[in-house]
Design a protein around this ligand. Structure first.
Ligand SMILES: [Zn+2]
Length: 260
């Protein structure tokens, strides 16, 4: 992976949820059948961290069971942080890890405040370099997500990064930052780039709409970002550099990459 910047990897817990019909969760980890060829695989917490270390990730995540929504409270209550894995695997991983690398635990517990709090305090007792809140933005809605953050974030140490996984809509980012979240990851920026969706202070704009093809104005005349300002001469086609045509607009991922 020829990437000079920091790398954050996920544990595979979210993929376990995606493969729900094919999975079996045990004390040792999770076994699942490949949806491609039906072959059987086992993912243990140790193997998950080993794979992430082989990728030379700067921040690795402990294997979690990402709980789907809705989830029945009865089952979640058995495992305060949704699975028995974080404790032992985190302690073993910690002993092998070098300086400059971070290992994060992931708070689960669906939409139940008591489960979230137990998960958060359990992870805090183990001690991680950072704390992620997982299993949100899976269909519960913004109001519920914010309520869960209100119940969860105060339980997480203030002097460690707090990371909300899978969230990227502007209004969600703002609300989560106000609740103490420091980090996010989401497919939304790259997906929006691919589909030519732009976020402006007046809402989202679909640049594939025909009316933008011949509109020479920037998305927002007062915005200093690369998408709204004239492109560098060598990157822009010589005539009309500020067209909204998504094929040449800076929200296009290919062009965004050039701008970096
Ligand atoms: Zn802008």
């Amino acid at each position: 992976m020829d990437w000079p910047g920091p790398i954050l990897t996920d544990s595979g817990g979210f993929q376990v949820m995606s493969l729900a019909k094919l999975r079996e969760i045990t004390e040792a980890g999770v076994t699942f059948r490949s949806h491609l060829d039906g072959s059987r695989h086992e993912l243990t917490p140790e193997r998950s961290i080993e794979i992430q270390n082989l990728l030379d990730a700067d921040i690795t995540m402990v294997l979690d069971e990402c709980t789907p929504f809705p989830r029945d409270a009865g089952r979640g209550a058995k495992n305060p942080w949704s699975c028995p894995w974080p404790g032992p695997s985190a302690r073993r991983a910690r002993s092998r890890r070098g300086p400059g690398y971070g290992l994060f635990g992931i708070v689960q517990g669906s939409v139940y405040g008591d489960l979230r709090r137990r998960s958060a305090t359990g992870l805090r007792d183990i001690g991680f370099d950072g704390y992620a809140v997982g299993g949100l933005a899976v269909g519960e809605g913004q109001e519920t997500m914010f309520r869960v953050l209100d119940e969860t974030v105060p339980e997480l140490p203030e002097n460690a990064p707090r990371y909300l996984m899978g969230v990227g809509k502007p209004a969600d980012l703002r609300g989560a930052v106000m609740r103490g979240i420091d980090m996010f990851d989401c497919v939304l920026p790259t997906r929006s780039g691919r589909t030519a969706q732009a976020f402006t202070r007046r809402g989202t704009v679909n640049l594939r709409n025909a009316r933008h093809l011949d509109d020479p104005r920037p998305l927002d005349a007062e915005c200093p970002c690369p998408a709204c300002t004239p492109l560098l001469p060598r990157l822009s086609p010589p005539p009309r550099p500020q067209r909204r045509d998504p094929r040449r607009h800076a929200v296009d991922p290919a062009q965004s990459a050039l701008l970096r």
